[in-house]
Ligand binder design. Structure first.
Ligand SMILES: NC(=O)c1ccc[n+]([C@@H]2O[C@H](COP(=O)([O-])OP(=O)(O)OC[C@H]3O[C@@H](n4cnc5c(N)ncnc54)[C@H](OP(=O)(O)O)[C@@H]3O)[C@@H](O)[C@H]2O)c1
Length: 291
């Protein structure tokens, strides 16, 4: 398959590139190579390559900055996605659009399933939801992959932030009243690889199995590091200043994966353990010292 990837220098984009390389013809496009907000460039590029599949990972992902720069966030996440969806339809490509748990308001007590009604409470979530609607409207062969709390090697994420803090501090304060589904980007990339050959289009929740709070996740990270001296102190969200509201519960249940006979991701604790093992090994050279 010929697979075009947008946002190829990002956390998920770069992981997908290394995952798919060799098995497929991969066209990785960074922001410098394809700015998705330019409709003519998007159309020209996709008409030139005529990919079988487009994996659209590019996004404005700073949740707090999206509150201040709402126009930019909508321009990239919603209208940039519309450009990609229209161009995908022109060449008959399958489109995998990466969306977010932040399309939900967090009021549900259980993990959200694909048929639950989205109702975002911050700008970022609204932009991702509008992106979903454009994908559904403009591209017939689409997968909307909602994922959450991503982490992986070398990029900014909650897991990597806690890892760095735990190396320099004896106490870290983390919120207890925010629940979600941490997801290892390698596991997400493996799932997307499986999805590409399918034709069961629609919305998929794709996260590592299980639910935890940010506090429980931080505790697990410190435990995996073997840093018994680091204390994770529980605090509440209102004690932690952030520009954007976060859903109190944005855990996702992967109902569509099961209903379509696809392979669910492993549980979040095993995935974290695998990642932390890799991280400890590669960080001997100070991989995260600059972040
Ligand atoms: N990270 C998470 O926890 C999380 C959770 C749920 C869903 N998601 C979704 O998953 C996808 C991948 O996230 P990620 O963590 O890999 O994000 P990331 O590391 O921030 O990567 C996003 C990439 O998109 C690029 N980009 C931004 N504006 C662009 C534009 N106008 N044209 C082309 N490229 C542009 C960025 O380039 P620059 O760096 O040069 O701006 C960056 O390389 C996103 O769609 C995100 O909304 C992420």
């Amino acid at each position: 398959m010929k697979i075009l990837i947008t946002g190829a220098a990002g956390q998920l984009g770069s992981t997908l590139v290394s995952f798919l390389f060799g098995a497929h013809e991969v066209i990785p496009l960074t922001r410098a190579e394809l700015d998705i907000t330019n409709p003519n460039r998007v159309k020209e590029t996709i008409l030139m390559h005529r990919p079988d599949v487009i994996i659209h990972t590019a996004a404005y992902t700073d949740v707090d900055m999206s509150e201040k720069h709402a126009d930019t966030a909508f321009h990239i996440n919603a209208f940039g996605t519309r450009n990609i969806a229209e161009a995908a339809e022109l060449v008959g490509a399958k489109l995998v659009y990466i969306s977010s748990d932040y399309v939900f308001d967090g009021m549900k007590k259980e993990p959200y399933i694909e048929s639950d009604c989205p109702s975002p409470i911050n700008i970022y979530g609204s932009t991702k939801l509008l992106g979903e609607k454009f994908v559904e409207l403009y591209c017939s062969k689409h997968f909307v992959v909602r994922t959450a709390w991503l982490y992986g090697m070398g990029q900014r994420s909650f897991v990597n932030t806690i890892y760095k803090l735990a190396r320099s501090q004896n106490e870290i304060s983390v919120v207890t009243d925010c629940y979600g589904s941490p997801t290892y980007v390698m596991d997400l990339a493996a799932f997307i690889t499986e999805l590409l050959s399918k034709e069961n289009y629609g919305i998929y929740h794709v996260v590592n199995e299980g639910v935890c709070s940010r506090f429980e996740l931080a505790q697990a990270i410190v435990q995996e590091m073997g840093f018994d001296h680091v204390q994770v102190r529980p605090i509440l969200s209102h004690q932690f200043e952030q520009s954007a509201l976060r859903p109190a519960n944005s855990a996702l249940a992967c109902a569509a994966i099961r209903m379509n006979g696809l392979t669910p991701l492993r549980d979040w604790r095993s995935a974290l353990q695998a990642y932390m093992g890799n991280l400890k090994q590669s960080d001997e050279g100070g991989l995260f010292s600059g972040h």
